[in-house]
Design a protein around this ligand. Structure first.
Ligand code: APR
Length: 258
């Protein structure tokens, strides 16, 4: 039974208070209130005539590396300029309030970490860990916030000492997810007693399997999203609204003032 509510249900508060192992599974929506455009909204300026899926593939990088590298440097600028919002901070605080918390994100930003969360499982990689497309060597980015024009620009990816091209450290469409992170995320989903799906459309596999794995293993699943999604049927509760408002309110309702 899925209850679409804007207020926080008492039985959800009770479930959180007695939870032994909580999984927080996040998508682009958790960073929306930090001004980071959700994946499908980050196509402005130079990239507005493209589909996200056309830029985030090995083929796209092969076809036009300057266009793709420019896009990721622009996104890295946006993320670096942004600040964690109350949802990220609530998730970090939750780690101090429940016996065990596992954080799994589809996001390639570092806002969970900048809010104080540790051991975040990044299923789709990170904007901050580029590597050589040939030898795999990690590439050290220059310190500071990248300076990119607001509308974006084409820019050449760095070249590795092996002569190979440096590529963004994100998982592109058609690529496998990192094995350790995916295994740990699936295991946590199957062992937890409460799973939060925050700000995700639940459209992209295999990450989108995580809430249903938790439900099949007997956990309660709660969705935090202003709209309905593919995950509705997996949820015990769907709390309609912005994560930056709902998550702090839920923690306050369950554990009292911070
Ligand atoms: N609070 C909570 N949810 C929000 C908020 C908010 N303030 N604002 C938007 N949302 C919701 C939207 O309603 C939508 O359901 O966040 C979701 C974002 O969905 P997508 O843009 O599809 O992002 P995501 O689910 O993370 O996409 C998954 O797809 O494209 C790949 O790698 C990319 O990691 C991404 C993956």
């Amino acid at each position: 039974m899925n209850r679409n509510v804007a207020t926080i249900p008492q039985d959800l508060i009770a479930a959180l208070k007695k939870a032994k192992h909580v999984v927080v599974f996040t998508g682009a929506g958790v960073s929306a209130e930090s001004g980071i455009p959700t994946f499908r909204d980050s196509l402005t300026g130079l990239w507005e005539r493209f589909h996200a899926e056309d830029l985030a593939t090995p083929g796209a990088f092969h076809k036009d590396k300057e266009l793709v590298w420019g896009w990721y440097e622009w996104r890295r600028m946006k993320v670096s300029q942004a600040q964690p919002n109350p949802a990220h901070i609530a998730v970090a605080t939750l780690a101090t309030l429940v016996p065990k918390l596992t954080i799994v994100t589809q996001n390639v930003d570092d806002l969970h970490e900048r809010a104080g969360s540790t051991d975040v499982l990044h299923l789709h990689g990170s904007l901050h860990s580029p590597r050589c497309a040939t030898c795999g060597q990690a590439h050290i980015l220059p310190p500071g916030i990248p300076v990119e024009p607001e509308g974006g620009r084409r820019s050449s990816p760095p070249v590795c000492i092996c002569g190979g091209l440096v590529r963004p450290g994100v998982v592109w469409f058609g690529e496998d997810l990192p094995v350790r992170e995916l295994r740990q995320a699936f295991e946590a989903a199957q062992k937890c007693d409460l799973l939060f799906a925050i700000g995700t459309s639940g459209l992209v596999q295999p990450a989108a399997r995580i809430p249903s794995l938790a439900k099949q293993a007997g956990a309660c699943v709660v969705q935090v999203n202003p709209t309905s999604t593919e995950l509705d049927r997996e949820c015990t509760w769907s709390v309609r609204g912005g994560a930056g408002e709902i998550m702090p309110n839920l923690l306050q309702a369950a554990f009292g003032p911070a």
